[in-house]
Design a protein around this ligand. Structure first.
Ligand code: NAD
Ligand code: TYD
Length: 329
């Protein structure tokens, strides 16, 4: 198959492109190369590269020539940035998705929208994990834009008969994740002896999913999933402070680096999803967060300063100041 991977220069998209190319699939990448896109992530991956915006129909036509399917990873992805400014999130995550869906509709392509477990919003501690039938209750502008993208998908299936489906992955970790997200931010700060800014009490809970398991789940859904359906891809649920303590252990950094700072507005306390539907298709995660997964990721960041140091010294610094200077005092 020839597959268009949009957002393929980002964290998960580049792992997915690599995963497909290793199986002999033809990979085409369309990526706008925002601050989060990095062509170095695709080093060694055989692919055709198109620099462009998924919200630009002409760029999509050029990149999608001859493809059999589109897997859409392209998105603005960081909750904190969505709180600072939601507009780009609507343009890419909603409008961009609709432009891709139009293309899939007119060229009869299979379309998979990579979404997130954040669309379910806060899951109370005593509530069961969300199934695909649970209501969407977005808390952040990021989550609302991803939910908007999903709703477009379901509308295109129902109205135009497009062969499209959605996956809802949990918090993903592994090599080459941009260091604005919790794990790579805390790992790289710990390695540099910088503060670790824990939002609020740190008792929030997330499910941690290894990027390889996430990619395997997306591929399975692409090959075997039903049009009009959503598939949860869950991980292992851990409290944030538990994760921080593990990072301190693995990096040897001092616990004095931990700073409890002002909480994120609208911060969801817990995400939890039931992945039975994907298990029924045959998905079996291969990585354990506690036994090897987190440790290997920490080791990758220890060995890959040449990847993350240039990122942290550029535009990133300005973002970091805006997001953390007042919080850290
Ligand atoms: P990322 O921020 O690392 O990468 C996003 C990529 O999309 C970048 O390469 C960027 O340049 C590109 N991009 C952004 N806007 C674009 C546009 N308008 N046109 C073309 N390319 C554009 O993101 P990620 O963490 O790899 O996430 C990938 C997808 O997976 C997203 O859709 C995200 O919502 C979803 N997801 C992420 C997680 C997670 O924990 N990271 C969990 C579940 C779902
Ligand atoms: P994040 O990686 O932003 O993902 P999510 O989309 O799930 O919010 O954050 C994961 C968790 O870590 C979340 O509960 C917020 C928390 N967090 C901090 O405590 N401090 C930070 O600096 C960041 C970026 C996240």
């Amino acid at each position: 198959m020839r597959i268009l991977v949009t957002g393929g220069a980002g964290f998960i998209g580049s792992h997915f492109a690599r995963h497909l190319a290793e199986q002999g699939e033809e990979v085409v990448v369309l990526d706008k190369l925002t601050y989060a896109g990095n062509r170095a992530n695709l080093e060694g991956v055989e692919h055709d590269f198109h620099h462009g915006d998924i919200a630009d129909p002409e760029a999509v036509v050029r990149a999608a020539e001859g493809v059999d399917a589109i897997v859409n990873f392209a998105a603005e992805t960081h909750v904190d940035r969505s709180i600072l400014g939601p507009a780009d999130f609507i343009l890419t995550d909603v409008l961009g998705t609709q432009v891709l869906l139009d293309h899939a509709r007119h060229h009869r392509l299979r379309f998979l929208q990579v979404s997130t477990d954040e669309v379910y919003g806060d899951v109370p501690l005593d509530a069961p994990a969300c199934t695909e039938e649970s209501p969407l209750r977005s808390s952040s502008p990021y989550s609302a834009s991803k939910a908007g993208g999903e709703l477009q998908v379901f509308a295109y299936v129902r109205t135009y008969g497009v062969d499209a489906l959605v996956t809802r992955g949990a918090n993903t970790y592994g090599p080459r994740q941009y260091p604005e997200k919790f794990l790579p931010l805390f790992i790289t700060n710990a390695l540099d002896g910088e503060s670790l800014p824990v939002y609020g009490d740190g008792k929030q809970r997330r499910e941690w999913l290894h990027v390889a398991d996430h990619c395997a789940g997306i591929e399975l859904a692409l090959r075997k999933g039903k049009a009009g359906e959503a598939y949860n891809i869950g991980g292992q649920e851990r409290e944030n402070m538990e994760v921080v303590r593990r990072i301190l252990d693995l990096t040897g950094a001092s616990p004095d680096l931990v700073r409890h700072v002002d909480d994120r507005p609208g911060h969801d306390r817990r995400y939890a999803v039931d992945s039975s539907k994907l298990h029924d298709l045959g998905w079996q995660p291969q990585h354990s967060f506690d036994q090897g997964g987190l440790e290997e990721t920490v080791h990758w960041y220890m060995a890959s300063r040449d990847w993350w140091e240039p990122i942290k010294s550029g535009d990133y610094r300005r973002y970091y100041e805006t997001q953390y200077a007042a919080r850290l005092g």
